[in-house]
Write a protein that binds this ligand. Sequence first.
Ligand code: CDP
Ligand code: MG
Length: 689
Amino acid sequence: MSQFWKPGTEKPRLVDDEEGGVLFLTSSSSSGYGYASIEKQRQRLPVYKYRTAILYLVESHATTIVVGETGSGKTTQIPQYLKEAGWAEGGRVIACTQPRRLAVQAVASRVAEEMGVKLGEEVGYTIRFEDATNPGTTVIKFLTDGVLLREMMGDPLLTKYSVVMVDEAHERSISTDIVLGLLKKIQRRRSDLRLIISSATIEAKSMSDFFQPSSRRHRGSESVEPGLKMEPAILSVEGRGFNVQIHYLEEPVSDYVRAAVSTVLLIHDKEPFGDILVFLTGEEDIEAAVKQLTDDIQDRKISSGLIVLPLYSGLPRAEQDLIFSPTSRGKRKVVISTNIAETSLTLEGVVYLIDSGFSKQQFYNPITDIENLVVAPISQASARQRAGRAGRVRPGKCYRLYTEEYFLKEMSAQGIPEIQRSNLVSCIIQLKALGIDNILGFDWPASPSPESMIRALEILYSLEVLDDDAKLISPVGFHVAEIPLEPMISKMILSSNQLGCSEEILTISAVLSVQSIWVTGRGVRKEFDEAKMRFAAAEGDHVTFLNVYKGFLESGKSSNWCYKNYINYHAMKKVVEIREQLQRIAQRLGIDLKSCEGNLQAVRKAVTAGFFANACRLEPYSHNGMYKTLRASQEVYIHPSSVLFRVNPKWVLYQSIVSTDRRYMRNVISIEPSWLTEVAPHFYQKQGL
Ligand code: CDP
Ligand code: MG
């Protein structure tokens, strides 16, 4: 191991905390927590010592910023403290937002367990397409920040909430930033509302500056509670992480999946017990690593005691639960995760950490209008967060799959807020629906670029949801905003009404809302391709989805049928659920549920009405399937997972782009070019089509 790894020169950030050490000495194994009563466990958390202070600050300040290392108890404890102190009395509700859906479910179920109540009653959660709350009894509600944004459309002052805790603020997700901007506005009108902003890193200063009352606000706020301080309070929860020894690679590696797998095996061979957490980037490389590890273990015929578990969003509930269950004696758990385990979720018992140095990040270029999900280097701040995950129960070790020089010279100090690297179409339509017309003047925690804003306004204008004054057109604009999907999908649904194919388009929309309905990681590529060909439609992926959905219903929603056809059963069940919800929303918006009875042209036109901005044309004389986007002449290719891969129709539309060695279009459908000017004259006439 010593030739391969080099200890880092950087001083470990996390230092032994005396009290922490004492507290954990009694934990005999990695899952030592299992022995204490829930009440004891709660009192052991670092945040417990600050209970009174937190409650006092929330009482006396409009905004309280709580900074504390991941795992110190912010998310699971603070909402309970608030409830115990009476903030949920008189029909009021305590809200706690999370950027990630999976985290919402996990923390809600943990808090319900701690309080000894049934999830969905006193403690509930809401994520898109799933509401596990009871309006009569729920007093602590976990939700994504995206869902909170949607709730503002119905209740702009969020009147039912007494406290809103915006959690994981350091992640700077796009919805968190918008929610913060809006909450600041709401506070001016509702001085009884308390905000808690919680964050794992000490970027509290910029948050605090953001919430400083401006002179303008002083004038505006007539109804301030006596004695209430408008300046934000900052409280820092002392962590109790143990020392984490950092090791770097001596030489860079090109295949981080392979490197991660061999590091897991090395640790397992050489190091004492303790769980391993590996950070990779997404479902594909995580499943690849799981497979390599399982194969390697079989090849070596080790009776390994190694339990390999993937962790990414979209994972079925049952598998998620395994991640949190304590490891039994003599076994070692390896969790291979996306950056969800960086700060949103805490896994007890992790002693070894393997950091690939990458995560999947969204990047948007307003000039080319291409939004790209790419595997990109993480920041130094993220790398430190990741390392800290290994110091929960005893001193840990972190193996970085990159060199120290790379860490110091190539990695940026902080990540870029998502709002500065995203397409703003969804965000702007929501602000407009909330009556915020002056988007440029909105109080953003971090301003998006003017180019992105203009591009988004242009697209909304061409979708015919904004008028010449950039105001939402009634009712279309409000309907598009109300459907909890990206505006292009919402527009497609609305257009399907006139085209008489809403049944089909609702199915397609539901499929586009799940990650993938195919199972790619299993078996031989050729078998998978053959299975897919059973459903493939010449028109493209969207029509293929209709065939899969039909087959699934005809099979009686059989998991066996899915297995045989390389279809993800859990994804299909989700599709059925989402479709039911979309159908309800569509009916509410007055859309007739009608099938086009096989008239696929209607379906393709409806897709075009939503996604015309993503039109591409095959390059004449192209031998390698190169397309150019009509908007900005960018080079793109059909993704190998598409049924149109190698078919290469002349004109296509895509739903999204992923970049690896090339820019690939995902979910592709063939179209007629004349439809473009038909459905989006504003957009395409000036392009001289
Ligand atoms: O929010 P913060 O990172 O400060 O901590 P937390 O999520 O409230 O976690 C506090 C403790 O609860 C940690 O020791 C977690 O391991 C534990 N926890 C758990 O065992 N299961 C969960 N689903 C969530 C938290
Ligand atoms: Mg948390």
